[in-house]
Design a protein. Structure first.
Length: 381
């Protein structure tokens, strides 16, 4: 889905190629596929140089790149410290665009940590600052962040149209990376609603678009989605595992810690559906440790759910399973997932254990629209 031949991306780069607008200033030449450790090393060096020269705007922009690299590496405390520092520095420089990018980074980190209300607040601030500062790309990323937060929460009615609008805008501007993101988000909503054929077509389009744009991160996420649908719809275990192996390789090239953990969880999903519960237990156990290390709340909860189901299938006491499921129900609600009740009610029915107290067996209209199915799901991003 390249742009029309006479269009350019916002930074003047060739349309249809993936670029990383969060890498700015002296770091603008970095690729979307640059090693995150390289981004940290170069970013800190440029940050120190900008601080020494008194260039607050440049310091803020370099800090945003470092914060994002830290976040993707799972170093959440470092990411928190740097994005806040960048926000203060951009504010001191009167740089509304820089403030917007910093707030976007903070909102993305909050979503990763499961603090969805904070994520909404920061991303709304980012979108407002970007509009006031005339930064079209920052506003687009902030709106995309709001859309993704709503999708993760399960509020499809509220954010479905926004995903479509952002996809159209990305295509118009030739922003392949953002088009891939939007395609994956729309695909995930179809997948979670049971429209497997539509979801598969969109995931495959996203994977092809990412490959043409040399967006390894986007292709890895898309391949994970394709594997999920092939497993859930067709029971095609070996093909799904092969796609996950390919996605894992792409993630390792640029050391995407969070993506690797979600890839491992999806491998557990595929194995669980195939009845290979002991193997699935191993994958969920490793994914759980990885998510906990990076303080990724949603991934932690979903990995725990998968592990709980494996243990139940392997002979765990039903009372212990029910007690842990009740605890997980509280955690899923704390994160703010609208489909928390539906997830645990379905798991209880599947495993033949008591439904957790307070979990409604009939989801609300909002929950029904956003239900993710079973231990083997969760959103792509």
């Amino acid at each position: 889905m390249p742009a029309a031949p006479d269009e350019e991306s916002p930074d003047g780069r060739a349309p249809g190629r993936a670029f990383a607008p969060e890498y700015q200033g002296a770091l603008g030449a970095l690729s979307v596929n640059s090693s995150l450790h390289e981004v940290v090393e170069r970013g800190l060096a440029e940050l120190r140089a900008a601080e020494a020269s008194g260039d607050h705007r440049e310091a803020a922009r370099c800090g945003i790149a470092v914060a994002e690299a830290y976040r993707r590496l799972g170093r959440v405390e470092d990411a928190e410290r740097i994005w806040k520092s960048s926000y203060r520095t951009a504010r001191a420089a009167g740089d509304l665009g820089g403030m917007a990018w910093a707030a976007w980074s903070g909102g993305t980190l909050a979503r990763q940590r499961g603090a969805l209300p904070l994520a909404y607040r920061l991303l709304r601030i980012a979108a407002d600052l970007a509009e006031r500062g005339g930064d079209v790309v920052a506003r687009g990323y902030s709106l995309a962040g709001l859309a993704e937060t709503g999708r993760i929460q399960g509020d499809y009615e509220a954010v479905g149209r926004l995903h479509e609008q952002l996809l159209a805008e990305a295509r118009r501007r030739g922003e392949a990376r953002h088009a891939v993101w939007a395609l994956e988000g729309i695909a995930q909503m179809h997948r979670n609603s049971g429209s497997y054929d539509t979801a598969l077509a969109l995931f495959e389009e996203a994977a092809e678009t990412a490959q043409r744009a040399d967006d390894r991160r986007g292709r890895a996420w898309a391949l994970r989605g394709v594997a999920d649908v092939l497993s859930a719809r067709d029971g095609d275990v070996e093909r799904a595992l092969g796609l996950l192996t390919e996605a894992e390789g792409l993630c390792r090239e640029i050391r995407l810690v969070g993506a690797l953990a979600y890839n491992r969880k999806m491998r557990g999903n595929v194995l669980y559906r195939a009845g290979r519960h002991a193997e699935a237990r191993q994958e969920y156990t490793r994914a759980l440790a990885e998510f906990r290390e990076m303080e990724e709340a949603r991934g932690t909860a979903l990995s725990r759910l998968g592990l709980l189901k494996c243990r139940a299938r392997l002979g765990r006491d039903a009372g212990e399973t029910a007690a842990e499921l009740a605890e997980l129900h509280g955690e899923l609600r704390r994160i703010g997932l609208l489909h928390a009740d539906a997830v645990v009610v379905r798991a209880a029915a599947e495993l033949g254990v008591e439904v957790p107290p307070g979990a409604s067996p009939v989801p609300s209209a909002a929950e029904a629209k956003g239900t993710a199915t079973g231990a083997g799901t969760g959103t792509v991003r």
